[in-house]
Design a protein around this ligand. Structure first.
Ligand code: HEC
Length: 153
C-alpha cells in the first residue's frame, strides 16, 4: 500500500515538474519572440521614416548604403558611370528594358545585390517594400515619364 502511495506521489511530482517546465518554456519563448519582433509602423509618417532608415542603412557586406552612392537632388559621376539623384526617380518606372517590363522593385533588388553586395531580397520583403514606398513618396508631384528608351536622364 505505502509503495503505491509513494509511487503516486512520485508520479504526481513528475507531472508537476513537466507542467512547470512547460510553463517556464512558454514564458521564455514568448518573451524571446516579443524581443525579436520587428515593430511595424502604424502611421504613414512612421512608414516613410522606415523607408528612409533603409535608405541610409548598409544592407550588404561592403558597408555601403543607398545614400553612399545616391544623392537626393544631384546626379553624381563615378568614373564613366552616372549615379542618378533619388528625388523624382520613381517617375521613370516601370521601364521597358531588355524587352521586358522593369519595375522600381527590380531596380532596388539590382542595387542591393550589385551596389551593396547584399543577399537578393524577396520582392515583398520589408526592405524592398519600404524603400519602394519611400522612393515613390520622394517622387510626389513629378510627372511620370515612361518612354521607349532606357536612357532618359
Ligand atoms: C555602389 C553604388 C550604389 C549603391 C550602393 C546603390 N546604387 Fe542605385 N544605382 C547606382 C548606379 C551606378 C545606378 C545607375 C546604373 C544602374 O542602373 O545600375 C543606379 C540606379 C538606381 C536607380 C534607377 C535609376 C534610373 O532611373 O534608372 C534607383 C531607383 C536606385 N539606383 C536606387 C537605389 C537604392 C534604393 C539603393 C539602396 C538599396 C541603391 N540604389 C544603392 C549605384 C548604386
Amino acid at each position: 500500500m505505502t509503495k503505491i502511495i509513494s509511487y503516486c506521489k512520485i508520479k504526481n511530482l513528475f507531472l508537476l515538474y513537466i507542467l512547470m517546465s512547460a510553463v517556464v518554456m512558454a514564458v521564455i519563448f514568448y518573451s524571446v519572440k516579443i524581443s525579436f519582433a520587428v515593430k511595424s509602423p502604424k502611421t504613414f509618417s512612421e512608414a516613410i521614416k522606415k523607408g528612409k532608415a533603409y535608405f541610409f542603412k548598409p544592407y550588404g557586406v561592403n558597408g555601403k548604403s543607398c545614400a553612399t552612392c545616391h544623392l537626393l537632388n544631384k546626379n553624381t559621376k563615378k568614373g564613366k558611370i552616372t549615379i542618378p539623384a533619388i528625388k523624382g526617380i520613381a517617375r521613370f518606372f516601370p521601364k521597358w528594358k531588355n524587352n521586358k517590363i522593369y519595375t522600381l522593385k527590380d531596380q532596388l533588388e539590382h542595387c542591393i545585390v550589385y551596389g551593396e553586395n547584399g543577399f537578393r531580397p524577396k520582392k515583398n520583403s520589408n526592405i524592398i517594400n519600404y524603400l519602394y514606398f519611400y522612393l515613390y513618396y520622394l517622387s510626389n508631384g513629378y510627372r511620370i515619364k515612361i518612354v521607349p528608351s532606357i536612357k532618359m536622364h
